[in-house]
Ligand binder design. Structure first.
Ligand SMILES: [Fe+2]
Length: 222
């Protein structure tokens, strides 16, 4: 996976959490060695519910980044937020975060929001208790901010919804064997370009499988 990502030479790598099983320091050290091998200078990480177990969020912040942040690149704004709660599986963003998220998305760049939990239900997730408890308000907030892309993780189910011209892209799993149903180990490759500089972005979402083969899932203009 690392070799494959490095060959793609991505501008950004976004990892939407559950780096560890139980949030312990030794687990974080192990996963950091892998992540350090990804040769992309713009790596974005948000913690998952497993990463926050046993106060693992302390190690996350030590090794990686703040758990809430916004970063601006040449033509992309990325906002990341910790949707986990220590020792709970349920996701929660919280009204106290809506204000700064809105502010961070006030520009006109391509807007990406990253968090661990699901923003909307997806197939194969079983009893749907994996969506943010405040999903409706977050969905409305991100839509109002004209976010282009929401990146989520959690249930290892690769899926894409297009909601009001906002792509909500769930990641599968590549490094674990916890694939659900007939899904295969994969990561998402997202290509966004505005070569015509007409304000429109052409966005393609593909899945990359273990042998490097790809499946185009969604192609849209926004
Ligand atoms: Fe999770």
């Amino acid at each position: 996976m690392v070799d494959g990502i490095n060959q793609l030479e991505p501008n950004l790598v976004v990892i939407t959490g559950d780096l560890t099983e139980n949030g312990f320091s030794a687990e974080y050290d192990g996963v950091k060695r892998f992540i350090d091998k990804i040769e992309c200078k713009n790596k974005i990480l948000v913690p998952g519910n497993h990463d926050s177990k046993n106060a693992g969020y302390v190690h996350f912040e030590d090794l990686f980044t703040d758990r809430y942040f916004s970063r601006n690149f040449e033509n992309v704004t990325v906002v990341g937020a910790d949707s986990s709660q220590p020792d709970l599986d349920e996701g929660h963003l919280g009204r106290e975060n809506y204000g700064w998220i809105k502010e961070a998305f006030s520009g006109e760049k391509f807007k990406v929001f990253a968090m661990h939990h699901h923003l909307v239900p997806i197939p194969l997730a079983g009893r749907e208790n994996t969506v943010l408890v405040d999903a409706g308000d977050v969905l409305e907030l991100l839509n109002r901010c004209k976010v282009n892309l929401v990146l989520c993780g959690h249930c290892h189910i690769p899926w894409v919804w297009n909601l009001n011209n906002m792509l909500v892209v769930n990641a599968g799993t590549f490094c674990s064997s916890k694939t659900r149903g007939k899904t295969k180990q994969c990561y998402n490759l997202i290509q966004a370009d505005n070569e015509n500089h007409d304000g429109d972005w052409k966005v393609r979402v593909s899945r990359v499988f273990s042998k490097g083969d790809r499946e185009l899932v969604t192609e849209t203009v926004m």
